[in-house]
Write a protein that binds this ligand. Sequence first.
Ligand SMILES: C[S@@+](CC[C@H](N)C(=O)[O-])C[C@H]1O[C@@H](n2cnc3c(N)ncnc32)[C@H](O)[C@@H]1O
Length: 263
Amino acid sequence: MGDMWSPAEYLSYADERERPFWDLVARVHAPHARHVVDLGCGPGTATARLLGHWPQATVLGIDSSPAMLQQAGARAVPGRLRFELADMALWRPVPGSLDVVLSNAALHWVPGHAELLGQWLAGLRPGGVLAFQVPGNFSAPSHVLLRELVASPRWRSSLSGAGDAPGAYSPAEYHRWLTGLGAVAEVWETTYYHALTGPDPVAHWLQGSALRPYLSLLQPDDAAELLDSYAAAVREAYPPGPDGTTLFPFRRVFVVANVGRAG
Ligand SMILES: C[S@@+](CC[C@H](N)C(=O)[O-])C[C@H]1O[C@@H](n2cnc3c(N)ncnc32)[C@H](O)[C@@H]1O
């Protein structure tokens, strides 16, 4: 499959999507971090702001989407911030070389990502931190309705090449695995109630994320039809309130794993 990502669609809810990034970073205790990696950095907007958060650090953003990386590359700062096109499933840090490995809203796109956690922990120095956030809303109406729609007779055959739907593990599984790997893990979840405006905002939100693998397989007319059908389905599940605001509950799972530090 080609590049399915659209930075413009993704950034249409930039503030809402960036909030969990900072809620995650707030729990990372690494005041003197020098080497930071952001896996699945996307358009690099949040990655670039890490320079202010860790003034002594050099930051590397990694992403497998050329379109996202093109946006991110414009934010590069010689000697401080660079970006690399790479698949995080294949990325292997030099053991003991990093202070912080971050990943926000990206790991769920990597099937079987639990198997990567050990190698990423091994990339950390003593006192280093692996921190990631993944959506925990795969059983919410937004995602159930999408799965039903793409499995319907109208779409099943044309969308069969979309690959694995994104998915994440439970908070308890992440905790168990990371503890088993010798880290001190902190895991929590938050449900954000995004107050969205405008017509069909939930469909518009997913147009920048979970719908990408499907929309990118279709010709423009078919893509528009799929989006219309999806918008009609979620309109009932997420009706606007009297003031026109649509509340979109979005559960997210946060994991912070400390290496070589007492809990
Ligand atoms: C939802 S965006 C999140 C972007 C950014 N981390 C943020 O918080 O705004 C997910 C990103 O993960 C990237 N991604 C998905 N699978 C990947 C992989 N296997 N290797 C590297 N990046 C990947 C996508 O290209 C996309 O830019």
